[in-house]
Write a protein that binds this ligand. Structure first.
Ligand code: ASP
Length: 726
């Protein structure tokens, strides 16, 4: 009997402690004894109550591309500085530069609303795999299959969103092994409460990004508001702070090496379930092209920004995200190579194939599915260069991006709602319009023209069978520098797409009305949009094929593994169980898991990106540590490492201790761990967190943020609560 129990609990424990971005439902399938042994002091049912479909994990919110978490019952949310950057930028100008100076609302009335900022609070998860699979007609080809799945998803979402202020989504796990309906409440009034100066929030900048040791205070605090009756509502002066059912109180004790932590959040996309050949293409072509094209875009934006301070602010946000993706691509390439990840995947795949072959007819479908997936990939790779570039046309230069957005919106709106691409359905209109309006702040014409020029030049160099017709039509087939310059000048001179009020009108017009405007940039946008739409149709068919093939193959992989396997990230709520620990980045070197204020000062050079603000330096140099000193380090801790399994989208994730208290905020991974998107390696799997005590030190000793500290229950009277240190 005892033996059986032991076996069962071993089965329910993952092979590697830190590996796995577990879904809330899976947490309940993991062995409670294993979780307790890791350091979880709460019963797992506190984390997730399957009956209510909620629990402490639901204190983690999705801020749209990032994660965040409630830290008070009155709607305060902590996230990263880089995640709240667009609100900070929105309220910045050369005269009142919140990016440089930071911001602290002295009273709630001073908090700054973020145009279009929203947060989603999870409310429930429902397995809808049977509904989705049941919707596919017998004998459907891949496109019909895609369309049937797409339609069913939209119907489920529409039904779910009948309740007010509700956002739902059908999330696909591992290409279709499971489908889950995610139900969330969307809060539409989000305001900035606190952001440190950029030189704290981004200390070390790009130089330190994706690396360790780190001294970055990548945190900011926002607050969600609702209508006085508690319902979600857009910004209004009458709104009141959101009442959070679940939140993570701040731990004043922080962490020490070896401590158990959990990282909760919304990891975006990972690729561990790809076939080795699919991974190989990302290594051989995708990331090198990202490096090349984005590297060029960065150089152009920086060069133009040097000539124009207002332009520099306008592109600050775009430049920041380009840098992030660019450096990430470098890390993926290095990590894929160093970790021999593709080779290892080949070996794993070969062992599954051998195992399935021995298993007899049962696994024939799985083996055939793998072959067919490989054939699909080979077919897709024939137009890789063109498809990659066409994908960039909506991402780099804002002019054509806005023109194509308006054009695609109008093309899609001509169709019934349920037949449109999901991103252009009526439910998305408020977001699209917010974005179209907000983009005005990001326009910097000189830089934009340079980006478009670079794009056209690349497109004109494509091989004859991979042309982008819109470029050929509007710019000609061969690159002649002065002609491209002249043509771009005339597009920008003759367009109204870049005029906010006109653009907003365009958002409501039909394709015929748009064409009748005879706007040259819009005409280019309309043609590009048609090609983007055709490419999307091709991708839909491929996705239909993948939804048929990948689950069959994955079922064999999971059966062979014989242990719980966490699905690839797909922007749904996950939790990773981890330990605070350092690592050995290379032969002969060991990294400690914590950094300190003293280390931050040592890095200060007075030059960007190591130019700590004077008041921060003065407080640190005077060793005004307050109660935030770590007894072991004899210093205020700044950042720490743990071996949590994270990726992009986990930015702003709460890092909490075994009692559910917030000890840090995740903001990055180390260089050696960037390629963990393709496979978890316990030796280097380290995520980077900012220590909550660094935040508290800033608020208490540097900012004297009295009201905020009281609200966070840190200050009771006029002096900080000093708790006994461990
Ligand atoms: N820095 C990342 C982000 O921006 C987090 C990560 O990829 O680990 O989401």
């Amino acid at each position: 009997m005892k033996k059986t129990l032991l076996l069962l609990s071993l089965v329910a424990a993952p092979a590697l402690a830190g590996e796995g971005k577990w879904t809330p439902q899976q947490v309940l399938e993991l062995s409670p004894a294993w979780l307790k042994a890791q350091g979880l002091q709460l019963p797992p049912s506190k984390l997730w109550d399957p009956k209510r479909g909620t629990g402490l994990l639901a204190g983690t919110v999705n801020t749209g591309g990032c994660s965040g978490s409630f830290i008070s019952a009155s709607g305060l949310i902590i996230t990263n500085h880089h995640c709240a950057f667009s609100i900070i930028q929105e309220h910045s100008s050369p005269q009142k530069d919140l990016i440089t100076d930071g911001f602290l609302a002295k009273r709630p009335g001073d908090e700054l609303p973020g145009k279009g900022s929203r947060v989603q609070v999870p409310r429930g998860f429902k397995d809808v795999t049977a509904d989705i699979n049941g919707a596919v007609p017998v004998g459907a080809d891949d496109l019909a299959r895609y369309k049937a799945i797409d339609r069913k998803q939209k119907e489920l979402v529409a039904e779910c969103e009948k309740r007010p202020a509700t956002r739902c989504q059908v999330a696909t796990f591992d290409g279709g092994v499971n489908y889950t309906l995610v139900d969330a409440v969307e809060l539409q009034d989000v305001r900035l409460v606190y952001a440190p100066p950029r030189a704290v929030g981004e200390y070390g900048g790009e130089e330190d990004n994706w690396s360790w040791p780190r001294h970055t205070g990548d945190f900011s605090i926002i607050r969600a508001y609702t209508a006085p009756d508690g319902s979600s509502a857009p910004y209004s002066e009458k709104n009141v702070p959101y009442k959070a059912e679940f939140f993570f109180p701040l731990s004043t004790q922080g962490v020490k090496p070896g401590d158990f932590v959990m990282v909760l959040g919304y990891p975006g996309t990972t690729y561990r379930t790809l076939l080795a050949e699919e991974m190989a293409e990302r290594q051989a072509r995708y990331y090198p092209r990202v490096r090349d094209a984005l590297g060029e875009a960065i150089r152009l934006l920086e060069a133009e920004g040097e000539k124009d301070p207002a332009g520099k602010i306008a592109v600050a946000s775009q430049l920041k995200s380009l840098h992030n993706v660019y450096k990430n691509a470098g890390g993926q390439l290095e990590g894929l190579q160093r970790g021999r990840i593709v080779e290892k995947q080949r070996e794993t795949e070969a062992s599954v194939v051998a195992w399935a072959q021995k298993g007899g007819a049962k696994w024939n479908d799985a083996l055939k599915a793998r072959e067919d997936l490989l054939a699909e990939q080979q077919a897709a790779s024939k137009t890789f260069e063109r498809d990659f570039l066409l994908g960039l046309s909506g991402r780099l230069a804002r002019g054509p991006a806005l023109a194509t957005s308006v054009a695609r919106l109008s093309m899609e709106r001509a169709k019934p709602d349920l037949e449109r691409r999901p991103e252009y359905m009526d439910r998305e209109l408020p977001r699209i319009k917010d974005r179209l309006e907000r983009e005005q702040k990001n326009l910097f014409i000189a830089a934009d023209k340079a980006l478009l020029h670079a794009f056209v030049k690349r497109a004109q160099a494509l091989k004859p069978d991979e042309r982008i017709a819109a470029v050929d039509t509007h710019f000609g087939k061969t690159y002649v520098e002065k002609d491209v310059t002249a043509k771009i000048d005339s597009l920008y001179a003759g367009t109204k797409v870049l005029t906010q009020s006109e653009r907003m009108k365009m958002a409501d017009e039909s394709p015929a009305q748009l064409a009748a405007r005879k706007d040259p940039l819009l005409a280019f946008g309309l043609d590009l949009a048609k090609e983007q739409a055709a490419l999307d149709d091709t991708k839909d068919r491929r996705q239909g094929a993948a939804s048929r093939l990948r689950p069959a193959w994955r079922k064999a992989v999971m059966a062979q593994a014989g242990k719980p396997v966490a699905p690839d990230a797909n922007s749904t709520l996950r939790v990773s169980f981890a330990k605070v620990q350092g690592y050995a980045p290379r032969d002969g070197a060991v990294y400690l898991p914590q950094t300190t204020l003293t280390g931050m000062l040592q890095k200060h050079s007075g030059e960007e990106p190591f130019n700590a603000p004077a008041k921060v330096r003065a407080t640190a140099e005077a060793k005004k540590f307050g109660p935030w000193v770590d007894p072991r380090l004899k210093d205020v801790p700044v950042d720490f490492l743990s071996d949590a399994d994270t990726t992009g989208g986990n930015s702003g994730s709460p890092t909490v201790n075994g009692k559910g208290e917030l000890v840090g905020v995740n903001f990055d991974r180390v260089w050696e761990n960037v390629a963990n998107d393709f496979g978890y390696n316990p030796d280097v799997a380290r995520n980077v967190n900012v220590d909550v005590r660094y935040l508290l030190w800033q608020l208490d000793q540097v900012e004297n943020a009295d009201a905020l500290l009281r609200e966070l229950n840190i200050r009771k009277s006029s002096s900080p609560v000093v708790k006994e240190a461990r």
